[in-house]
Design a binder for this molecule. Structure first.
Ligand code: CP
Ligand code: NVA
Length: 301
């Protein structure tokens, strides 16, 4: 096995390495990046739908001089049942990096175990580390050091919430999550983060979570793969909508954040999403630079 690093979780990078990624992302944002992927190929596997992640990775690899290749289950032997471990070894023989969006987190872990090249998690049911790293980069651009600041999460304890918990441990901000009972974040992610010193609190009252926060985050009430639960979840999450009244509880210069796609009138009102405190477009834009920096970092190891 060749030595290589994967990025399956924010915990795969040390706090110092995250700062390195942020400063290189800043450079990528300032000017066209160096052609560090010349002659290299990156395969992008999407077992779930994507707009932002797919296009930002595809464009980012091209901007660095590399060749991106998108693979979907329908268009490959993956959809006809070829074992993942076989696919992993074949792709690693052709490509220099594998980016994968899938369902169970064990699938990216299996890919990383069998592929002899860096594997990047482009979203699993458990985590969405590329998104949250880009979100934290976006916040540091506005507030500089996040240590000791308060960030709020309102809604489902999903893949995004779990990654925010990991980010809280790495970057030292306080995280308050307001989730309905029964929709808490992953217990193992939470307890491991608390052991690493994360200041994370789960509450039931959105106003309590938002109070004094510099950023109020939310996400869809039913994630990809939970489409059958969308109807029943609407009732459960009704009181967890991010409204202007909730934003008014946050710090005076607080921002609204959402990984997108958003469901206006469900998890967030139109006025908040389109309001002056919303940084959702900036977040999406920064995916490009932060992911470029992650690929560059992993291929340098
Ligand atoms: N936020 C995000 O990952 O968007 P896509 O599903 O469009 O990639
Ligand atoms: N929690 C959402 C995020 C989409 C980018 C999902 O997994 O569908």
């Amino acid at each position: 096995m060749m030595e290589h690093r994967d990025f399956l979780s924010i915990t795969d990078l040390s706090p110092e390495e995250i700062q390195q990624v942020f400063s290189s992302a800043q450079e990528h944002k300032r000017a066209l990046p160096q052609q560090c992927l010349l002659g290299k190929s990156v395969v992008l596997i999407f077992e779930k739908a994507s707009t932002r992640t797919r296009i930002s990775f595809e464009v980012g690899v091209a901007r660095m001089g590399g060749h991106p290749i998108v693979l979907t289950p329908q268009g490959s032997q993956m959809g006809r049942g070829e074992p993942l471990r076989d696919t992993a070894r074949i792709l690693a023989g052709y490509c220099d990096c594998i980016v994968m969006r899938t369902f169970g987190h064990d699938r990216v872990e299996e890919m990383a175990h069998f592929a002899d090249v860096p594997v990047i998690n482009a979203l699993t049911d458990l985590l969405h580390p590329c998104q949250v790293l880009a979100d934290c980069f976006t916040l540091t651009q506005r507030f500089e050091d996040l240590a000791g600041r308060k960030v709020a999460w309102i809604g489902d304890g999903n893949n995004m919430a779990n990654s925010w918990i990991n980010a809280a441990a790495a970057l030292g901000f306080e995280l308050a999550l307001a989730c309905p009972k029964g929709y808490d974040p992953d217990e193992a992610v939470l307890s491991a983060a608390v052991e690493r010193g994360a200041k994370v609190r789960i509450v039931r009252d959105p106003a309590e979570a938002a109070s004094g926060a510099i950023a109020v985050n939310t996400d869809v009430w039913a994630s990809m793969g939970q489409e059958d639960e969308a109807g029943s979840r609407k009732g459960v999450f009704e009181a967890f909508q991010v409204t202007q009244a909730l934003m008014d509880r946050a710090a005076p210069d607080a921002v609204f954040m959402h990984c997108l796609p958003a469901h206006r009138g469900e998890e967030v009102t139109e006025d908040v999403l389109e309001g002056s405190g919303s940084i959702v477009w900036e977040q999406a834009q920064n995916r490009l630079y932060v992911q470029e920096a992650i690929v560059e970092f992993l291929l340098r190891q």
